[in-house]
Design a protein around this ligand. Structure first.
Ligand code: SF4
Length: 289
């Protein structure tokens, strides 16, 4: 399997992509093991509704900091990704030179992309099992904080991969689109199937259930377009032109002017094409794995 030679430890994108890159910019499947990631403490307090000024919450903040210090030993931050040439970008279909095909209106979000990254990241299952155990035994606040740390940790792995891809792309005068996950932006969760079929996800111990749920739950999958900087960058964040009422992946507030403009030009394809959204790690019900 391509990419496995770089295991067990690769922390640098440049080293791995040099090894796997071909002359056309495509990269064979790569497995990255990150030594440590930093979950966003502010976002964890938001997820757990902890308020800094409240005396009653002080002991939970102490627990949060204790767990943040202890938990890295329970995390296995890993990523698997590949970069393929886009051979056709139609209104509702992306075809890659590798033979992979992704259906859905997400293709309009990827306009001008000449290359496509497919990826899966995870932190492993230890932390979610610990959080679930605490919740089941009635230690609700401990379990909730642990679950939120795990959710933010996998977001941090995703961001780490994105930053490394960005550096790689900028070194070639290229730009990245935001990441898009099956279940959002006009892509159904069933698009997990071609995504997983094209990646050696067993190398990072992530698998897909029959209902397209990833296990471990604290995993994120997605697509990222790569293309000429002068075409990709001005497109801005597509969330500004999307009025999805309850998208948990929203990255920017809806700009009504951009939304109206998009609709005049053919409509915002984002929200109404998807089936039930993919559970985000932070939404995953404890005990569902
Ligand atoms: S708000 Fe719209 S464009 Fe943004 S991630 Fe959600 S569905 Fe996609």
């Amino acid at each position: 399997m391509p990419g496995t030679a770089r295991e067990p430890m690769c922390n640098g994108m440049s080293a791995t992509t040099q090894a796997g890159a071909s002359h056309d910019g495509t990269v064979a499947p790569q497995v990255l093991h990150f030594d440590r990631v930093q979950p966003d403490r502010e976002e964890i307090t938001r997820l757990t509704h902890l308020q800094p000024g409240r005396e009653a919450h002080r002991r939970w903040f102490e627990l949060l900091d204790k767990l943040l210090a202890e938990f890295p030993r329970l995390m296995r931050p890993r990523a698997v990704y590949r970069i393929d040439e886009v051979t056709a970008l139609e209104a509702r279909r992306i075809v890659l030179k590798s033979g992979a095909v992704f259906d859905g209106a997400v293709s309009s979000f990827l306009e001008y992309s000449t290359l496509l990254v497919t990826y899966v990241v995870t932190i492993g299952s230890a932390l979610e099992r610990l959080a679930r155990g605490w919740l089941r035994s009635g230690r609700v606040m401990q379990g909730t904080i642990a679950d939120a740390i795990a959710s933010e940790a996998v977001e941090a792995v995703s961001q780490r991969l994105y930053d490394e891809l960005l550096e790689w792309a900028h070194g070639r005068g290229l730009e990245l689109t935001p990441p898009y996950s099956p279940g959002y932006c006009g892509m159904t969760v069933r698009q997990q199937i071609p995504l997983f079929a094209s990646l050696p996800t067993e190398r990072i111990n992530v698998r897909l259930t029959a209902s397209c749920l990833m296990l471990p739950i604290k995993s994120i999958s997605g697509l990222i377009g790569i293309g000429p900087a002068d075409r990709i960058a001005p497109r801005g964040d597509p969330c500004e032109a999307c009025d999805h009422p309850d998208c948990v992946q929203r990255r920017a507030v809806c700009d009504r002017r951009r939304f109206a403009l998009m609709n005049e030009e053919g409509g915002c394809p984002a929200p109404h094409e998807s089936d039930s959204p993919r559970p985000r790690p932070s939404d995953a019900p404890p005990g569902s794995a």
